[in-house]
Structures are given as C-alpha cells and as structure tokens.
Design a protein around this ligand. Structure first.
Ligand code: AMP
Ligand code: MG
Length: 627
C-alpha cells in the first residue's frame, strides 16, 4: 500500500544526502572521550552514566540491534529531509534508522554520533516567576543518540537526526537507554500530527521495532527506536546546567552557537529596542519592530545587545508555540526546562495529549496530582522556564554594550558593575515577559479567529466569542476540537432562526448528549444557540451572506477532522503489539499527515470511527511517564 503522493523533484538518496556535524565541530566534547577515536576504542561499558563537565556532548555509538523491523515511515518527514520516498525500502535506510548502519572507520575519520548533555529545572507551586525551582541536576540524552545533520538540498534547512532508544549513554543515569514500543508509537505519530497542524515541533522519520529487545517497565515490553530530527535539540535545560556549574565561557559559546548556527545569524534576530523605558512602551507587539538589525542602526540611546535579542527570539518562538498548543488543546505533559526547546519546538513526547472535552484543569500526566502541567498552566510554565533562561544569560544580556570588553569576557563582572548589570538584566527579562505575553496573545487570537472562520479582528471577539465559547464547552462538557470542525460545516441557513440554532446545537453534543450540572436539554440548547447567534453575526460581518462555501473551506483547512487522540493511539498500540497488525500505522499516519481531509480513501468505517465521538470512557485519558 503506497498512500502518499508528492513532488519528488530534487529529492536525493541517502548516499547523496549532504551530511554534517556542525554541532560537534563547534562545541566542546566530553573531555574523557575527546575525539571519536578515543570514544570508539573505549568498551561500551566505559560510556555508561557519569557526570560530564565542561562539555556539551559525548561521542557515543548506538548499540547494534540483533533483529529489527521497520514498522513505519513518515512520508512527509522523508520529503522535508529531501529524501526520495523509495529510499525507505533500501537495506541502508533500514539499517540507518535502527542504529545498525554504524561502522565507523578510524582512518577515514568523519562524523561520529553523539549524545547531548543538559540539565533540568522544575517550578514550585504556585508558580512565581522569580522563584528558582527544584534542580534536577545533570540529565542529558540518556537514550537518544544523534547520528549527523542533514541539509535538505531544496531549502537548505539543516536538521539533526537522532535515534531514540538506541542504547545507554553517559547520560542514562540509572536507566537502560531503551524506549518501549508503546511510547515510540505515540511519539512517531503525534510529532507528525503537530507538524501537520503547523505547530513547531521536533519530527519523526520512522519507527523500528526491536523484536528481541525485552524492556522492563511496569511489565516486560518490546523495545523500539524512533528516528527523529529537529533543527536543534538544544533546550533551556542545556543552559541551566552550564549556569548551575558557573561555566560562563560555555554559556557565551553556546549562546553564540545558537544565534549563528541555529537561528541563521545575529541579523535574523529581532531588532534591538532601546533600553530607555519610555521608548519601548507599545513597541513589543508591533511587527514593524521585528526587522533586521541593520535597518535600525539609526536608533538612539542605549541599545539592547545581541544576546538580549537572542533571548527575545527564544521567548517569541516559545510564545507562538504555546499559543498554538492552547488553540488546538495540546498538552505536553511535562514542561520542565529540559523539555522546553530553544527553538520553540514542541519537544519531548511523554505523557502528552490532545484535549477531548474542554477542561482547563486537565493534565494528561498520570503523576501530575498538583496539575502543574495542566492546560491552563502551560503559558505560565513556559514563561517561568524562559525566566530561567534569562537568568542563565543574565550577565550577557545585562552587560549591554560592554559585553565584548576584554576584561568582561575574560574575568566577568567587577563587584562595582554587578548591581547595574543585574538590574539591566532584570529589566530586559521583565520587558521580554511583556513581549512574550503580547506575542502569545496575538498568536492565540489569530489562531482562534481563524478557527472560527473570522477574517477581521475585533477587540470584542475575545470576550464575546472566544471566552464564552470556552465557558460553554467546559460547562456542557463538549469536545473541544470536534466543535470547530462541526462548526466549519454549518451554513448560515442552518442557523438563521433561533429554532434552527437550538436544533443544530445537537451536532456538538456527544452521542449520549451533554454533561455538566444543572442543564436541561432546553437550557443547553439555548446556550449553544445564543453563541451561534453571535458567531453568525460576526461571520456575516466578515463574509457577507453568500460565502458559505468559501468560508467553510477555509475553516476546514484549519480545523482538523482527524487528530490522534489518546484512545486512538491506544488502539494502534494494541493492534501492533498484541495482534501483529502491520498496516494500521500507515493508515493512521496518512490521516495524521492530512488532518483536514473529509475522507482518506482507506477504510471508511474506521475513518469515521476515528473522527467520531470519543467513546465515553476513553475521554481525558492519562498516561504514565514510564516509557
Ligand atoms: P524524560 O522524562 O523523557 O524527559 O527524561 C528525563 C531524563 O531521563 C532525560 O535525561 C532522559 O534521557 C532520561 N531517560 C528517560 N528514560 C530513560 C531510559 N529508559 N534510559 C536512559 N535514560 C532515560
Ligand atoms: Mg525530556
């Protein structure tokens, strides 16, 4: 079965792919294994868990698997890497993505795999931005090994390709370096789901089953490897670890690397704003300020330095991503600093979920009794994490135009300069907080407006349409994402009278009706009908009376019919693991990559079931972190 059709122009084979190792060539390795040769000669056991200092990674090779079976490939990921789709059938591809293509030749030198070193922090409750959290210490890629970077020849985007579940590294702590099939299927499908929705994320190329590998979690389970890629795997936790160790040189080096190698140069960062407070009010949400550096040279007064601009870029990216999570009801599940990407990617697919019924208190993390990572907390938690990054970069952003002074670079702050620099850093962080909020709100409103089919923006939309919609969905316990898709299909005629609107309300109800306390069928329909009335006014305002078709199409292109909810993933896992099904992953991946379709030409009954009402007892599932 070959489901995917797309352009093949300019795509290459694995052998033709341009590979690099910019990360390891520019940043310092673990001093105990400072070259590929030394690491390669060391027995595997020597590369086991320990503390690694003064380094950002260790050279380490994947463990060869005795037997492996390629279970699925994302055609879109192949396309985005610039790889020919047929390449997946070659023995080289299968070996590469299962960690078996590794025969490094010392004489030829070349690229050697690596595992990154990072730390992590976790906030206390209630969340207070200036309060430091609990420090998890050195974490790092305990079961992920990066192989090389790939540059897509068609668009020059460079990705770091890595294998998750390919064996132990110095960062495995007390664990086995493996990943179970169950969590690998979840990551494989849902990273691609976010990408298909246009939400920045790390990506998944393939999933490989390791039938011989017996992995002990709550029970013994089969192991698997996900080959995944991202423009960068750097996290806020990478900087946290350096800060905790007082490694100021490495912080500067890593920040410079981030700007130059990950964000495509300092010029690509947001323009500086003056440090004069009067001048910046209102500027942060003005897109006109987001212009290349060389165009704002005429600015007067003290400028932010380039590290402050880097900080703001990281904040802006994360603001947009968390806004998209909120707009689509996605929850990461464990938002510590080690799971927050410097690039603003959705990162680390653990106990994540798409929301079923709208419930701001919902957390998909089984162990999250305090609702730390609940839906409503996500934007605040991301900001808390970003404040930790601000602290790691504090000296650099606070140093202003003295940041390149020789004495500062070499010896750091003098006692005398310290209070000023700290104050300036704090001001910049606070102001970036305003910018984060503004960018977040702007993006959230943009997406919600689009999801509701609006073309223009009105200040009143937020209260009258968005907030009232969310309150209504919460009170009546209705499905968040289904609501938008079903709304997309309505015509103005369907809801032109009060009676019709109240009758139509049932398309948003579950098969068993609606939930919530104190509602009668009549009052529930009235509430939905009233909302539909307001919505109808806004649609007429934006589209006139005769644009149903065009508006419906535009809404369907942003409101997915299919999303891989928890219950669907569970079903896929059971079919693959218990029943040996080998087609379901491909079908679900096809739906995942084309979430806005009305149909997919596969198994019609299955498609409709997957897109239909979430079975009552499978809603709001929770997931354990053990994976
Ligand atoms: P996570 O909960 O996936 O964010 O992982 C937290 C830390 O534990 C990271 O450093 C992971 O690499 C590491 N880790 C999680 N599971 C394993 C495992 N099975 N083997 C080795 N390291 C692991
Ligand atoms: Mg993690």
């Amino acid at each position: 079965m070959t489901l995917y059709v797309s352009g093949t122009n300019g795509r290459v084979s694995l052998a033709e792919l341009s590979k690099s190792n910019v990360f390891t060539s520019k940043l310092p390795p673990d001093p105990s294994f400072e070259s590929p040769e030394i690491s390669h000669r060391a027995p595997r056991e020597a590369l086991g868990p320990r503390l690694v200092k003064g380094a950002l990674y260790t050279f380490v090779r994947p463990e060869p698997a005795e037997e492996s079976e390629l279970l699925g490939v994302s055609p879109k990921a192949m396309e985005d890497l610039g790889l020919k789709y047929e390449e997946r059938l070659t023995p080289q591809f299968k070996a590469l993505v299962s960690g078996n293509d590794f025969n490094w030749n010392e004489k030829e030198g070349g690229i050697y795999p690596w595992a990154q070193c990072y730390g992590g922090k976790l906030h206390f409750l209630p969340i207070k931005v200036w309060t430091d959290g609990s420090w998890a210490g050195q974490l790092g890629d305990g079961r992920a090994i990066s192989l090389f970077e790939i540059t897509n020849p068609r668009n020059n985007i460079r990705y770091e390709l890595q294998l998750k579940g390919a064996g132990r590294t110095p960062y495995s702590r007390f664990a086995d370096g493996k990943a179970v099939l169950r969590s690998s299927i979840r990551e494989f499908i849902v990273s691609e789901a976010l990408s298909a929705l246009g939400i920045p994320t790390t990506r998944a190329l393939s999933i490989t089953l390791l039938p011989q590998s017996k992995v002990l979690r709550e029970r013994i389970e089969p192991g698997a490897i996900v080959a995944r890629f991202a423009e960068s795997w750097l996290r806020i936790g990478t900087f946290d670890l350096l800060r905790a160790r007082g490694d100021r040189n490495l912080i500067r080096q890593l920040a410079t690397f981030t700007a130059e190698e990950v964000f495509r140069g300092w010029d690509a960062l947001p323009a500086a704003v003056s440090l004069d407070k009067d001048q910046i009010s209102g500027a942060v949400d003005n897109p006109a300020r987001y212009v290349p550096w060389d165009q704002v040279q005429e600015h007067q007064g003290v400028q932010e330095n380039r590290f402050a601009r880097l900080y703001r870029e990281v904040a802006r990216r994360n603001a947009k991503t968390v806004a998209a999570w909120q707009a689509y009801g996605f929850m990461n599940g464990v938002l510590n600093t080690d799971n927050t990407s410097i690039c603003g990617l959705s990162l680390d697919y653990g106990p994540f979920a798409f929301m079923d019924n709208f419930d701001p208190q919902y957390t998909p993390n089984h162990d999250d009794h305090l609702l730390r990572y609940s839906y409503k907390n996500q934007p605040t938690v991301i900001w808390w994490n970003l404040v930790r990054l601000g602290e790691s970069l504090g000296e650099l952003i606070g140093a202003g135009d003295k940041v390149d002074d020789e004495a500062f670079v070499k010896y750091g702050l003098t006692e005398e300069a310290t209070p000023n620099v700290y104050q300036r850093a704090e001001d910049i962080i606070e102001r970036t907080g305003n910018e984060f909020r503004a960018v977040f709100l702007n993006e959230y409103k943009r997406l919600m407006g689009k999801r509701l089919g609006l073309r223009s923006r009105k200040d009143s939309d937020f209260d009258i349409l968005f907030s009232e919609l969310l309150d209504m969905l919460e009170s009546l316990e209705l499905d968040f994402n289904h609501f938008f898709r079903r709304l997309s299909g309505l015509s103005l005629k369907d809801i032109e009278t009060k009676e019709k609107r109240e009758q139509m309300a049932s398309i948003f109800f579950h098969t068993e009706g609606f939930g919530g306390i104190g509602y009668t069928d009549e009052s529930a329909r009235r509430r939905v009908g009233n909302w539909l009335d307001r919505w109808r006014y806004r649609i007429i305002e934006d589209w006139g009376h005769d644009c149903d078709h065009e508006r419906q199409e535009s809404m369907k292109n942003i409101n997915p019919k299919f999303l891989p909810r928890g219950w669907i993933l569970d079903e896929v896992i059971e079919l693959v693991e218990q029943r040996g099904d080998r087609d379901i992953i491909e079908r679900v991946m096809h739906m995942t990559l084309n979430p806005f379709n009305d149909e997919w030409g596969l198994n019609r009954d299955e498609e409709e079931r997957f897109c239909g009402d979430v079975p009552r007892f499978k809603r709001a599932m929770v997931c354990s972190c053990s994976s």
